[in-house]
Design a protein. Structure first.
Length: 160
C-alpha cells in the first residue's frame, strides 16, 4: 500500500520522520521549497501553478501532483504538462450523469485521487468510480488510535 502525505509547510523533522517510515512527503504549492527541503514532490493547484515548470524543476524522480477540483480542462492540461496524478473533488457535478472520476478513469492514464475526505460509508459510492487513490477522513489526524482505526477499516473494506 502506498502512503503519501501532503504538508502545508516544510518542517524538516516531520519530513524526515515520515520518509524514514516509507511515507512520501509532498509540499503543497511550492516546487522550489519541496526541492530545497528534500520532499518527495509537490502538490499544486492546477488553476494557479505551472505544472510544467514544476516538472522541469523537479525532474522525473519526484512527484508532481495537481489538484483540478471539478475541472476537466485543468485536469487534462495538468496531465499534458507532466502531472503524476490529478486530484478531483468527487462530490459535485457529473458529466452527462457520469461522475468526474469515472470519466477520468475511462479516458486517462494519469492516476486520479478522490480528494474529498472519505468515510467508510462513502466507499460504496466512490469505489465504482475507479479512483486510483482515496483521501481518508480528516478524523485520522485527531489521534493515533483514530488513525489506526480508520485506516484499518478502510484497508479491510478495500480488500473485499
Amino acid at each position: 500500500m502506498a502512503s503519501l502525505v501532503i504538508c502545508g509547510k516544510p518542517e524538516l523533522d516531520f519530513i524526515r520522520f515520515a520518509q524514514s517510515r516509507g511515507v512520501a512527503v509532498l509540499l503543497s504549492g511550492a516546487a522550489d521549497l519541496a526541492l530545497e527541503h528534500g520532499c518527495d514532490g509537490v502538490h499544486l493547484d492546477a488553476a494557479t501553478e505551472d505544472v510544467r515548470a514544476a516538472r522541469e524543476l523537479l525532474g522525473q524522480d519526484r512527484i508532481v501532483g495537481a489538484f483540478a477540483g471539478h475541472s476537466r480542462h485543468l485536469a487534462m492540461e495538468a496531465a499534458e504538462n507532466g502531472a503524476d496524478y490529478v486530484a478531483f473533488y468527487q462530490n459535485g457535478p457529473s458529466i452527462g450523469g457520469v461522475p468526474l472520476i469515472a470519466w477520468w478513469a475511462e479516458i486517462a492514464e494519469v492516476p486520479s485521487v478522490a480528494f474529498d475526505p472519505v468515510e467508510l460509508e462513502g466507499l460504496d459510492i466512490l469505489l465504482p468510480q475507479n479512483p486510483d487513490f482515496i483521501r481518508p477522513s480528516d478524523a485520522m489526524w485527531e489521534a493515533p488510535d483514530e488513525a489506526r482505526r480508520l485506516i484499518a477499516a478502510l484497508t479491510n473494506r478495500l480488500a473485499t
